[in-house]
Design a protein around this ligand. Structure first.
Ligand SMILES: [Zn+2]
Ligand SMILES: [Zn+2]
Length: 303
């Protein structure tokens, strides 16, 4: 067993500042960057009560601008809390799951064209949410679905499903649906030898058809089906296709641009001379409010 192979991707961190380089291209005008920042801040202020702003809403004058290059070749501008806080120092956000990405990765907003999502082993069943669904409709839910197949899988009454948040081997998070009574320690359910022979035959026949349009098409999807057949069709499946893997890029280099608000020019009107004492007092008030809300959540009747 090699330690390096078992290392969580979140732990693979280059030395601070080791990726400083010259990033090709030019920085956009400072005014444009500030406008975008203020727009994002205005949205955050809408999301949170003012008492939480010191915790969740960054201040323009604390922000340092960087140009960052990713392994996909794209360059983007990012902000950090200072000229010695490097863009790969801490983990960035996955905007879909709102979970942190492994350190050194960045969600590239560029559209890279269709890419098949790679399958990754599920390494942790983190937590779950139970959701209730009404009875399925009598007619198939999808146009392409066979009526007989629908009759077999249709749930005639209201039913519950569990949605598990799972951590994948790549360090990303995704969601997997299971039966409510399933627990990770049970391991996956598998089908009989007889049933798996039928499933294998059905897929092989559809893939061997002359026009070869059988689902799923060649590539990682079909490889995944073959693997599941070899494992006797486990439910839940031990792997999941990872959307984040098609969207994130490792940060390959970064270059300083400068402070978002020039240190010599006066601070913008939105943050008039806030000193440390004031921020600390606001932080204490916010923390007290969090405590109070937590208590209220724990003891809803005492509110
Ligand atoms: Zn990109
Ligand atoms: Zn991934």
């Amino acid at each position: 067993m090699h330690a390096a192979e078992n290392r969580d991707p979140a732990d693979q961190k280059p030395a601070p500042g080791s990726l400083l380089t010259r990033v090709p291209g030019r920085a956009r005008p400072q005014k444009e960057a500030l406008q975008e920042f203020e727009k994002a801040v205005a949205e955050l202020r809408q999301q949170y009560e003012p008492v939480f702003w010191p915790l969740f809403v960054p201040e323009a004058k604390e922000m340092f601008r960087w140009r960052v290059e990713l392994e996909c070749g794209c360059t983007h501008e990012v902000f950090t809390h200072g000229e010695d806080k490097y863009p790969d120092d801490r983990s960035n956000l996955d905007p879909i799951t709102r979970r942190r990405l492994p350190v050194g990765e960045y969600w590239c907003p560029t559209e890279h064209g269709p890419i098949q999502k790679p399958y990754r082993d599920i390494v942790e069943w983190v937590d779950r949410k139970i959701m209730e669904f009404p009875a399925d409709p009598e007619e198939p839910e999808y146009d392409w679905m066979d009526v007989e197949i629908w009759a077999k899988i249709r749930k005639p009454g209201p039913h519950l499903s569990a949605f598990w948040r799972v951590k994948l081997a790549c360090g990303h998070y995704d969601q997997v649906c299971t039966d409510v009574d399933w627990k990770p320690e049970d391991g996956p359910k598998i089908v009989s030898e007889e049933r798996i022979s039928e499933i294998r035959r059905d897929f092989e026949e559809s893939w061997a058809a002359a026009d070869n349009t059988g689902w799923p098409e060649k590539g990682s999807e079909r490889d995944h089906i073959r693997k599941m057949i070899d494992l006797r069709w486990p439910r839940p499946e031990p792997e999941r296709d990872c959307f984040a893997c098609t969207q994130v890029g490792r940060i390959t280099g970064y270059q300083r641009i400068g402070w978002l608000v020039s240190k010599t020019s006066p601070a913008p009107a939105s943050s008039p001379g806030i000193d440390r004492k004031k921020i600390e007092a606001r932080l204490a008030a916010a923390e007290a409010e969090v405590q109070r809300l937590r208590k209220q959540l724990d003891n809803p009747n005492d509110a």
